[in-house]
Design a protein around this ligand. Structure first.
Ligand SMILES: Cc1cc2nc3c(=O)[nH]c(=O)nc-3n(C[C@H](O)[C@H](O)[C@H](O)COP(=O)(O)OP(=O)(O)OC[C@H]3O[C@@H](n4cnc5c(N)ncnc54)[C@H](O)[C@@H]3O)c2cc1C
Length: 372
């Protein structure tokens, strides 16, 4: 028997549901009503909405709809105190300044402050007109110019701007037999998507933008998806990339944020630093949000290689104004480097909050926040 509960307030575009829904399942439930979950990511078929909130998952549409902080209006959380207090925060209103919006403390808390059991989410209307294009670009500088142009000219309909470098496309072909949709393998490829409600208006806007980037030489080649199947072929490339790199043997995965002027620099530095000790260094990710997934692969785990990568990589990121974890969290892997780029007072504040919610330190110990 179905135990989970879901209620909709379609008039206001708000959903309340149990945290145990799979992201894709929730999205499919909304589809017939003309709404969608604002979050979309490669793990959608297995991750739960509670897990997405606990990790503050980002994904491919953050550019348009914002992070979980922008979309979660309220939470019900079970606290790890002796009574197992159930606390309901927020009340499904878009505007409510009667408290300090305490539910935000649990978004991205990696399950260390309480167990999320229910949530209230904003629901954007499901777009009725979606356009996708795959562009080949010669330099990273030009990628940033195309991004700026897309933000200005596609503005309200721009929903994704994803990057894959040539090494990522090479990896997809070698490890998964997935060929690029472009006849060439350019240094950089970007997947641009628009989502809107007027087919004619959106298509015209998108075509004008594409013509302009091709004519001005910002892009050297481009393919516009003529059908949903073609668009899903574009997305298959991007969504397979995280799994494809793992087929090399061992993958040192990195999920970092960097200011755009430094976004690709580190990839080149790592290639030079690691030389033929690695199979490849790839960079793909949510460039529209300044989020790079730099993946370094080798045949098997190599301790000496690990020492050449870390802490060098994290220190470089912190020194250049970035974050060592853009969307995957700290967990256990990045715990030793947690202090990089963070003021000690902020880390202490986190510990004090953990002490308030979980004085016995029983929820996910040895992860992001140390007990006091
Ligand atoms: C192929 C692939 C692609 C991905 N792409 C992206 C991407 O584009 N963007 C992105 O941000 N992430 C991405 N991820 C990571 C993804 O965000 C997380 O795996 C997912 O959001 C976690 O949800 P989950 O249900 O799997 O949680 P789990 O893996 O089960 O748990 C993750 C953490 O959250 C805690 N947690 C889980 N549920 C709750 C709850 N109800 N209350 C409190 N704490 C809880 C757990 O204790 C754990 O610490 C990707 C992962 C994969 C495998």
């Amino acid at each position: 028997m179905e135990q989970r509960k879901i209620t909709y307030a379609f008039f206001s575009g708000i959903l309340e549901c149990d945290a145990g829904y799979i992201l894709e399942e929730l999205d499919q439930k909304l589809s017939p009503h003309g709404f969608m979950v604002p979050l979309d990511l490669g793990a959608k078929g297995s991750c739960l909405i509670g897990g997405n909130i606990a990790t503050c998952a980002g994904g491919v549409r953050l550019l348009r709809y914002g992070s979980m902080h922008a979309n979660v209006l309220g939470l019900t959380v079970i606290l790890p105190d002796e009574k197992g207090t159930i606390i309901k925060m927020g009340n499904g209103l878009r505007k409510d300044n009667t408290s300090i919006h305490s539910h935000h403390l649990f978004i991205g808390s990696e399950g260390q402050l309480g167990v999320i059991s229910r949530c209230q989410l904003l629901l954007p209307p499901r777009p009725t007109s979606v356009n996708s294009a795959f562009l080949g670009i010669e330099s990273f500088e030009k990628v940033t110019k195309v991004l700026r142009k897309a933000k200005t000219e596609l503005s309200e309909i721009l929903s994704s701007f994803e990057l894959m470098d040539s090494e990522t496309l090479k990896c997809l072909e070698e490890n998964d037999g997935l060929k690029s949709v472009l006849p060439i393998n350019p240094p950089f490829a970007v997947l641009i998507e628009t989502s809107g409600s007027s087919k004619e208006h959106d298509s015209e806007k998108f075509s004008t933008f594409l013509e302009s980037v091709l004519e001005s030489g910002l892009a050297i080649d481009g393919v516009l998806a003529e059908s949903a199947t073609e668009a899903s072929n574009f997305w298959r490339l991007r969504e397979t990339a995280p799994l494809s790199v793992m087929k090399d043997g061992y993958c040192y995965k990195n999920d970092i944020s960097l200011p755009l002027k430094h976004f690709y620099e580190l990839t080149e530095i790592l290639r030079e630093r690691l030389g033929n000790k690695v199979i490849r260094v790839t960079n793909y990710g949510h460039v529209g949000d300044g989020n790079a997934h730099i993946n370094i692969t080798s045949k098997s785990f190599d301790k000496d290689l690990y020492k050449m990568i870390y802490p060098f990589l994290y220190e470089w990121v912190a020194e250049h104004g970035g974050s060592i974890s853009a969307e995957h969290g700290i967990g256990r892997l990045k715990r030793p480097y947690l202090h990089l780029g963070k003021h000690p007072d902020e880390l202490l504040l986190n510990q004090r909050l953990k002490q308030i919610f979980d004085p016995r330190g029983i929820l996910n110990p040895y992860k992001m926040i140390d007990s006091l």
